[in-house]
Design a protein around this ligand. Structure first.
Ligand code: PHE
Length: 351
């Protein structure tokens, strides 16, 4: 007996152990090496016959190798048991609770668009959506904002280079949903007979683009635009519609007020304020005087009606255009618009 012999014996044992396919085979090997007459057991029995010097060295080595073989037997036994567990495919425990697939939820912006559409649908508004890439005519010129008019500056528009229409001018990423006003008037004119061109009750919801970014502005955002055209439409219809919407969306206690403003495409024009959702109108650090600004509105300018092919002597209209994000940020007290676009599920799952 020497070290090399022992080494070979151990290697042989390990290589056959890891090849075994069943626990029976493994048991055979255990007996072959570690059983009462096993190869390793035999070596242990022989230790007393060795010289004193050899006895010390070989005694330690034999025990070390015996331990290695025992460990290999245990780990192979575990492997075999794990494999056979996996193979028992026919067995299925119907009582184990299932793994529920994760169901996503709509984004807060989509939910809000749905809610806004439903509120307006109840008073007869027809939901539409118009191009995000628009011609200058629909976004500006036709809305009473000729080329070089300073009012255009407010819209911080992205113009698209080398793309223009002979009649409608340059292509732009539409900076507001008001472009849908002219498109709706044209569509109604094309599809309905002359005496049914109006009334129009349109709700245009879509993406808009402006060169702006901070806590309350994103370069891409959503607006919803209302347009009503009929005979004898006046400011009280506008005020009533906005009151109705604000009470439906924010709750019955909210009130609105209209404040004089200027837009080229409405005359007169207003900004709409709503009583502060934090203090309810008393005045607080968020709103200062009790009111929060929602967005623009006004009575459709006669030039715009004519540009849309509608007789401005017979018909009048009102329009309003507000930001979807601004609205929901007020309702849910969200202080940074970028939270809506960062796609952080910890935030989005809350709604
Ligand atoms: N389009 C205007 C804006 O983006 C809002 C508006 C719409 C104002 C309709 C009046 C009428 O600021």
């Amino acid at each position: 007996m020497n070290q090399e012999f022992l080494q070979n014996l151990k290697n042989q044992a390990i290589s056959t152990i890891i090849e075994t396919k069943s626990e029976d085979e493994l048991e055979q090997l255990r007996i072959e090496y570690l059983g009462r007459n096993g190869k390793i057991t035999q070596l242990i029995k022989d230790i007393p016959t060795l010289s004193e010097e050899k006895r010390k060295i070989m005694g330690g080595l034999i025990n070390e190798n015996k331990k290695i073989i025992e460990d290999a037997l245990v780990s192979q036994k575990n492997n075999l048991q794990r494999q056979s567990g996996n193979q028992e495919k026919d067995w299925f425990d119907f009582t184990v609770p299932g793994i529920k697939p994760k169901i996503g939820n709509l984004h807060l912006i989509s939910l809000t668009i749905k809610e806004i559409s439903e509120i307006f649908a109840r008073i007869g508004f027809n939901k539409v959506s118009y191009p995000e890439i628009e011609w200058d005519w629909y976004s500006f010129e036709g809305l009473n904002m000729p080329q070089n008019h300073p009012a255009r500056d407010e819209w911080e528009t992205f113009f698209i280079e080398n793309l223009s229409h002979p009649k409608y001018g340059n292509a732009v990423l539409t900076p507001h949903t008001s472009s849908g006003q002219l498109r709706e008037m044209e569509k109604v004119k094309k599809t309905l007979s002359t005496d049914r061109q109006v009334p129009i009750r349109m709700l245009n919801i879509g993406k808009c683009y402006r060169r702006q970014i901070d806590a309350s502005h994103a370069p891409m955002f959503y607006q919803f635009e209302g347009l009503v055209i009929d005979r004898d439409i006046n400011i009280t219809h506008l005020k009533g519609t906005l009151d109705y919407f604000v009470k439906q969306y924010f709750g019955l206690k909210r009130e609105t007020r209209i404040r004089p403003f200027h837009f080229q495409f409405t005359e007169p024009s207003f900004e709409i304020d709503v009583t502060c959702i934090v203090c309810g109108g008393k005045g607080c650090s968020v709103c200062k005087e009790g009111w929060m600004e929602l967005g623009g509105a006004g009575m459709v300018h006669p030039n715009v009606l004519e540009n849309g092919g509608i007789d401005s002597l017979k018909y009048r209209g009102f329009a309003f255009g507000w930001g979807v994000e601004r609205l929901l940020m007020m309702k849910y007290k969200i202080d940074d618009i970028r939270l809506l676009f960062n796609n952080d599920l910890r935030f989005l799952k809350q709604f």
